[in-house]
Design a protein around this ligand. Sequence first.
Ligand code: NAD
Length: 489
Amino acid sequence: MSIPILSYPEARNYIAGEFQQNGSRSMPVISPLDGSTISSVILSDKEILDKAVQAAARAFKKWSSLTLKERVQIFFRFRALLEEHKEELANLVRIENGKTYEEAEAEVLKGIELSEFACSLPQIITDEVQEVSKGVECRTSHIPMGIVASITPFNFPFMVPLWTIPNALALGNCMILKPSEQVPLSAQKIAGLLKEAGLPDGVFNIINGDKEIVEAICAHPDIHAVTFVGSTRVAGIVYRQATSHLKRALCLGGAKNHLIVLPDANPEMSAANIAASMSGCAGQRCMAASAMVAVGKTDHIIQQICEEARRIVPGKNLGSVISKEAKERIERYITEAEAAGAKVLVDGRNVVVPDKEGGFYVGPTVIDHVKPEMNIAKEEVFGPVLAIMRTDDVDEAIRIENSSNYGNASSVFTENGGLAQYVTERVSAGMVGVNIGVPVPREPFPFGGWNESRFGVGDITGKSSIPFWTQLKKTTTKWNPEAWTDWTT
Ligand code: NAD
């Protein structure tokens, strides 16, 4: 589908229900599809953050006093608005991020599912009450944290903000969102639709910016909890900064996801899944297949993966990577691996898409005979590249997976249930699959990795996010006189 690239108004801050132009710096927003400038984004000075926090603080009292059932009514309406604006949103995601229309549409559908989950919170959080001694009752209640912040990456400009916004707000918090400055436009639309859904001003705010504003968020005394999604390096920085200011923090980082492929795997199904996983969203998914460990006689499956990869065409069913720097980084990894002795079976370097010569494209790339000590085997490449390592031993394959510093996802491909269980029990990743290239848990199951793919406790979505966005109040009540004789007198 060919869709013209449009120009968009500057991405502004959104404070107390108003879009505002407050920042002394700005930078261009570039569509990676063709390298054209489509908008600009304000890089806020850190003083502006205080305005947003004050707006959130003013809104918090009333918003947090509503019942959960009242608050989720906003998200029923928001969900309906997302449906209504699905096509427009998908185009926006496609243009600012560079993914294909189909991928962008899938991202919007996932955002709808995340909003649905927030609507179900009153059915999930029923709290507990028990008569703990005669006439004495204990009850728990989930109390919002207060003002919270969400810092998001470039690769899912719509979905990742919605990992946090619906749940955090439905649970009674007010939020400051700091979107990626590379893709700030989808968040502007989210703000507009939340307002249209009836969200009171100040409950949701956007501060655009870079490192400076993230540091200010981590240090601000009135922000009580911070989530971050992005690279492991920055996740570590943000986690340390936020917790050093005694905030609750959950920081999701990068990934190096291993697929373990056994010789009995169904070749067609496995190859289709693996090729789609490594190339979907141009390999810029924290759940993308990046390293494959082929166990034993798997040449026929590798051959099939190459055939699948050759059917993936940049500019058609493969989108762009985010920037020129990203393209150069990815190609550097491929060239380094080749120089170190790996064999490039399908080569995606030096791709130019006709009529989009200014775009940032890397074709699907399959590299065989990669050694575990090579950089391409250990580091996050974040492009449509599959690095294949060979072994004859399933325990060695598990050892290679376990040696990764990351731990977002891992999958095993086999027709043998016992072996599948053996592998899934031993891999060191938070999200594990059997015969599935992208083992993303769907709502209500939560999303979150292990090891250096996540700093902090718990997951960012689903039921596991509830303890992050709330604190538990335990109330003990005694009304009847006979209880005076009890132990709690
Ligand atoms: P990034 O770490 O460069 O940026 C993420 C956010 O941090 C942005 O909002 C950015 O403005 C801010 N930032 C950048 N440098 C900073 C610094 N020095 N100090 C403070 N803030 C800073 O990540 P990205 O390139 O936007 O996104 C890609 C990365 O995100 C990949 O590593 C990918 O694996 C990861 N990711 C992880 C998950 C997950 O669930 N684990 C999900 C999506 C993306």
